[in-house]
Write a protein that binds this ligand. Sequence first.
Ligand SMILES: Nc1ncnc2c1ncn2[C@@H]1O[C@H](COP(=O)(O)OP(=O)(O)OP(=O)(O)O)[C@@H](O)[C@H]1O
Length: 807
Amino acid sequence: MWADAQKDLDIQLCKERGEFLQPEKDLVKVFKLLATSYIKYIQIFRHLETAHDQLVHQQKQAVIRQVLDGVIGRILEVKREMVKLENSEFHYIDDILDDLKLLPEDTEVPIPRYFIKEKLEVLQQREKTLDQILLDAGLQIEESVEAMTPEEGVRIIQVAERARQGRRRAAFMKRIYLKEKKEKQPKLQVQMGPSPDDAATCIQKVWRGYIQRKKTEKMREEEMIFLGMSLPPHLETMSVSQMHARQVNTPQDEVQETQEELSIKDKLRETEGLYIKKNFQDEISQCFIECRHIIGKFPDYPSEEAGGSMSVFDSQKTAEQIAEELAAQREMALQKKDQKGKKENESKEKKKEKEKAGKKEEEEGWKMGPSNFLSIMEEGSSRYKDIWQNRDEQWDFLQDHDPELIKEENRKDVEEEIRVQVDKVMQQELENLRLAVDGEGSGKQKKGKKSEKKKATTGRKKIPELEQDLTPDRTIDSLYRELVEEGLLIKAKTVNLSDYVGEYNYMGTALLQAGVEPVPSLAHVRQLIALYGILPLGSQTVHEKAPLVKALLLAGPSGVGKKMLVHAICTETGANLFNLSASNITGKYPGKSGLLMMLHMVLKVAKQLQPSVVWIGETEKIFSKGGRKTDDEMNPKRLEKMLPKFLQAVKAQDRVLLVGTTTRPFDANLKPFCQVYQKIILIPRPDYSSRLVLWKHIILQNGGVITNLLNISCLANLSDGFTQGHIVQVVQDVLTELRLLQMIRKPLRTEEFVTPLARQDPVYKEEEESFKAWYDKTPLGRARIRALVDKEKEGKGKSKGGNKMKK
Ligand SMILES: Nc1ncnc2c1ncn2[C@@H]1O[C@H](COP(=O)(O)OP(=O)(O)OP(=O)(O)O)[C@@H](O)[C@H]1O
């Protein structure tokens, strides 16, 4: 699977270097190209993820992990391009899937299992601490264990004991019966004598029994080897201590590994250290002398920040090249000074250039933007080819790790260590040489001090309020406890993203071609949550380098599963959940300083114990139109000004995501609202196919049984306009405890659900329209409408032109 995925990735990388770099004017073609790449990357992602999860070899896992992160990041970049191109978060690609002979399920974004697996222990420990704090604070009641009366206990024991006696008696009777049967048989045989057929059967029985026992024994041995409980024959010569070392459990394994690594390093230092040191010294002094021949004096020693001798003295470079490089470094340092003055002019020029490039791009057509992940994928791919593709691993049955590779890696580390030591010695030697031969010093140190002083005086920038540490004397544990006790840090429900049931919209492209705007499906929503919420929160590399989404807004009618999705993000990534909903913070942390302290604490804990999700329910209230803008603790609007600052304090390396949920986004002041929430996901009510699976799923989930008497299709049709929350409510109303007990005798009928459904308030057309109208006013919605209008104008222009031609 890994090899296949790498092959597919290579093809994809070739495409990236070819098709993606050529400008293309036909936007339909561009979209097709992007969508096909998106699907291909998702497939590669699925295969790599499974391979990463199933392999136990740690070094292989590390290589896959690198490529995996690269692929995830690239998927996000391609998605960004698709959104830019279509001005919409939802894309309909059923025609492309049809061409590729794939099912929509094949494009489901998988969630890497390592997100949770790798820190399972930490998460379990954190959950325990959270439970304890909640119990201590009285915010959670311990689940009572139902006590049993002695009579009940005695009865249960009696029932179990009688059953045991019954079974023993039955077994005893069976034995007597078989014995009697056996006793009868020989007599018969003696009387009649065995026939040749019976004799053959008897011999066959013995032979088959023998051969089967042998086979089973062999299979058992193989199984033991497979399970790692015994060693394969060729390894049986290993010493007992080695065997023992292999059998210890994982934490000890890890300790052993680090020890093994250390001992390998020590050995390398011992055996090769001196040789490496001498080599470096010879190499560097040779270079100095040759450089002096060329430029007439000794060069400056490269600074530590620039990488020391590593930056210049590469064994493959000639002395002339090195001399040039050193001279260039000097010039660069001089130029830097001049550049400061010129910077302003340059930035203006750059702006102009950018504008020009933008115009040029428009003229040339679409071209894929630069990527942060291509290099990562390429590096991983070449590592796979160099090391793993054709490696002979027959000897490595246990597939744990390859000591030779560790040695190679450690050799680099040891070389690096020694190089630093050598640099110090050689720098001093160079100084001495200069003094002795040229009679001059470098005078570097003084300069350094001056510039440091300057930095110290000019570098005092004002740190934003939220980035200052307001609680330097408090531990993270105490802040964590306070937040839990205040109800700001809550326990996330265990829901997986796959629990968010919903089908695909198979008609998307057909509807678009007919000029009808299709309604996005729940599967689309699920995908967006995985892309924008889960993947960046789970992987540090992806979060740092992929298009950054700091805040996500989930807008939609009540009951479409907004809260459920927030909890799913936390479950899938093991994130902490902070609840800053309007109703949850009223009356807490009064005044401006209180609010600042609250946000500071949330941010500090969220960053330290990342990943974290900061959830703001009824988020429209914070940005509501009009009203007082006071710092009163009862007023949710007090957060309005602070939220942008909060987001500013979240940097690319902090895996913290702000998620807002709202049922009435139209009540909010659009501009500040959209400034905070740059990604908006409008969740629609479920369509027919989603309702169909939802009814089935929810009835089964609540203990119901589906028979022919229950017409799910009819229920799905009837519930048009209702949301998942309504369906859950209806099913719970019907499936009471009593009704569940009656289920065997009285199967569920369609009519039973109709009355409770009629009691619910559906999502009315007006509400739906207002959601659409609001979305059309958001930046992306506006861009989409503008693009549609432009397209129409173009179409008209063309048809007019065509008419004129005809005339
Ligand atoms: N796609 C789905 N699959 C299964 N269950 C779902 C789905 N969507 C929602 N539900 C269930 O519907 C119920 C309502 O969901 P939830 O409370 O998350 O909705 P909401 O949009 O946050 O509602 P509100 O806006 O009223 O707070 C929950 O019990 C949830 O488990």
